[in-house]
Write a protein that binds this ligand. Sequence first.
Ligand SMILES: Cc1cc2nc3c(=O)[nH]c(=O)nc-3n(C[C@H](O)[C@H](O)[C@H](O)COP(=O)(O)OP(=O)(O)OC[C@H]3O[C@@H](n4cnc5c(N)ncnc54)[C@H](O)[C@@H]3O)c2cc1C
Length: 506
Amino acid sequence: MVRTGEQYLAGLRDSRNVVYDGRLIEDVTTEPGFRRTAKAVAQFYDFQNDPNLQDLMTYETEDGDRAGMAFIEPRSIEDLRRRGDAMAAWAEVTCGLMGRSPDYMNSVMMAIGAKEEAWGYLDKQIGVNARQSYLDARRNDSCITHTIVPMFGDKSVPAEERDTTLREVDIGSEGPILTGAKGVGTLAVFSDLNVLFGAFGLPEDGDPAQAISAVHPVAADGLFWVCRDTFDGEKSEFDAPLSSRGLDEMDTVAIYENAEFKKSNFFVYRDVANANALMMHMKFFDTIGQHILVRYIAKTRFMLGLAHLLAESSQVNQFFNVQERLGEFATWLEALEALYTAAIEGAFRDPDNGLFYPNRKAVMSAIRLFAEWNRQMISHFISIGASGLVSVPQEKTLDMFSENIGKYFSGAGGQDSKERVSLFRMAWDLAGSSWGGRNELYERFFTGDSQRAIANTYLRMDKSEAVDIIRRMLLPGENGHPFPLPEKFGGPALPPLVEDTEECLD
Ligand SMILES: Cc1cc2nc3c(=O)[nH]c(=O)nc-3n(C[C@H](O)[C@H](O)[C@H](O)COP(=O)(O)OP(=O)(O)OC[C@H]3O[C@@H](n4cnc5c(N)ncnc54)[C@H](O)[C@@H]3O)c2cc1C
């Protein structure tokens, strides 16, 4: 089934415990500061329901039903292309600014369902649960969040030893009872389901009560979604050109206080080995990387357009240093597009289930590089916009002034004052508002700490090929030729190598 926006909104009006500013929110679809995000997600559902977009946004399942394209099990590179085209369409609508549109986690649900054998290697029923959760989510066209990281706390103590860490504390008449907290659940208050990833990186003899993962309802007794401040100040679209459009996905801490779930919700249950291998098993990043990369492209194209118009509006694009910054936007966009081509055309077929996954090297490079590129693009907006970013009266103020006062706010070449101010307000929303600050934080951390990830890329990489080049070039040329040949082309054998002793950061 493919839901409409109205059906999605109706589903949010349930018994979920959304905690905000000292109270429980009755209805997120009507609550100021929340309601516009609910509407933005609803628009996604209406978009995929548009009869003209049906073939782009949905596909026919093996049950003869139609489902959102992100649920597709890619059996060919063409299927990956179709999934990417649907993701790109919605990313284009939202300028790549909605990190957690439903298609993000829908593809992850597919990845969970596609590994029935891996989850069920000890207990077949656990594998069946995983498959069934995927099929149910697909059938119900569910909007899904996920909670992975432990509560942000004392990092000098391993997470598994902290008493705040989520674990099974008892077994009730329905199933496992959980207590503890999970750090961040973005979009949780606007979702139907949560994929709870339990602990990973546990020692082999680690606590099995923490080695649990489940797909469970967001609305559950004993489960509280504790919200940060809303960054939707309910301003007009002129005054807050981005954050007024329902783009505050809301981040929460998930607190489980004796929350009981059905055993059939669990796809890892008291299984340390599976919990530790979870991300690799399901090819989490390989899968989700397609959505991320598609969104990066849409966001970078949007930022290039905005930076260009901002610079034109004050004619600072005549300066070489500004041109170079604008050139960086363009180069990053082209690099991301090239990585996307590599991700899809260099896709990998998993022999275990016959499904195709985007090329891991391509998606991981994009994820690791974009955190820094995004930071630099945000910094470029500050450099290019300068005091223009604060010379931005509200729409009502501009309306209040007569023509001759309005002229002070107009742009180069007689650009209308409202047009110039709205451009600069858009740049400020992105680079300086509280919503923009959260957006930058998100890009830096949502797939993990990018600094450590890049360090680990270096530490984990097989560097022997690169090192052999240097060892060969330390040799003299042979037979009057300046270049010693590599051994495989008949050159000399290289001396044995000293063992690599580097360790990875956890
Ligand atoms: C806006 C936002 C939305 C998010 N949404 C979700 C979500 O929906 N679901 C979800 O599961 N998660 C979500 N996350 C969490 C995200 O996965 C984590 O932020 C990320 O994994 C980093 O973990 P952390 O925040 O605990 O920070 P840490 O990893 O603890 O990093 C904090 C600082 O300490 C340093 N540091 C920590 N440990 C080490 C070490 N061993 N060696 C060297 N340096 C170290 C880091 O470099 C960094 O500077 C979200 C995060 C943000 C910011």
